[in-house]
Design a protein around this ligand. Structure first.
Ligand code: MF3
Ligand code: CO
Length: 237
């Protein structure tokens, strides 16, 4: 799990260097394909429930599961890149939102709040806590900043499959049962946050999720392990 996720982090860092106005997200997809070969990993998303690409590239009001396309990125856009790999049968999964050129103060704040909410959630991923302590930390932080947590999509357990139990929502569900966190659990925590609404629409491609009001959305994801020492972030270099 450490190696699979380290490789995802390396790939995201290499993709980040390419991001600039004029780049198309299909070019980023091709770069990701090269990097999977370089690191000898299998992309985890392509073919998963029929998803057709290695990357999810979600621009501006797109929240998650955007298709790489021939649309050129423009200064002021925000681009969420989500990437998963399989290494020796183990899965890595991580996502980050990147700024394209100069972006608006609101876009910057959205990105910062979303990333910070991820770290607030990770802090709670320790023995003695329950699963929904992670969810509550994310939700409380995001809502205190005046933004909206997307509820349609959730984080997840991860291991020898991309999606394992339990679901890791970025909000506290009604009638939430307590699920104690234990050493050895590996979780993908992935807050998706929007400026204006938590309502989601799915485009006609049956994948791309967008905010119903067209407002900006950001997405940050890490795969973490719960150790006796506390949370360990696996998807970083
Ligand atoms: N990180 C996302 C998730 O865990 C991306 C999945 S894309 C898919 O759901 F194509 F694999 F569904
Ligand atoms: Co995920």
């Amino acid at each position: 799990m450490r190696e699979a996720n380290r490789i995802v982090a390396l790939i995201l860092a290499e993709l980040e260097k390419e991001i600039a106005p004029g780049l198309t997200t299909l070019e980023l997809e091709r770069k990701a394909e090269d990097l999977c070969q370089k690191y000898k990993v299998k992309p985890a998303f392509k073919g998963y429930h029929g998803y057709p690409y290695i990357l999810c590239c979600s621009v501006n009001e797109q929240i998650v599961h955007g298709f790489p396309s021939s649309r050129e990125l423009q200064a002021g856009d925000i681009l969420s890149v989500d990437m998963g790999v399989v290494y020796k049968g183990f899965y890595g999964d991580a996502a980050r939102t990147f700024a394209v050129g100069d972006i608006s103060p609101q876009a910057r704040e959205l990105m910062q709040v979303t990333e910070k909410s991820l770290y607030k959630g990770i802090e709670q991923a320790k023995v003695g806590n329950n699963l929904y302590d992670i969810s509550a930390a994310i939700q409380n932080y995001v809502e205190a900043k005046g933004f909206h947590v997307v509820k349609r999509f959730v984080g997840h357990g991860i291991g020898t499959r991309l999606h394992e139990k339990p679901e890791v929502p970025n909000f506290v569900p009604v009638n939430a049962n307590k699920l104690p966190l234990k050493v050895g659990m590996t979780l993908a925590i992935e807050p998706m946050v929007a400026v204006g609404t938590d309502e989601v629409e799915i485009l006609k491609d049956n994948w791309t999720a967008v905010t119903k009001d067209g407002s900006l959305a950001a997405h940050f994801e890490h795969t973490i392990a719960i150790t006796s020492e506390g949370p360990e972030i696996l998807s970083q270099v």
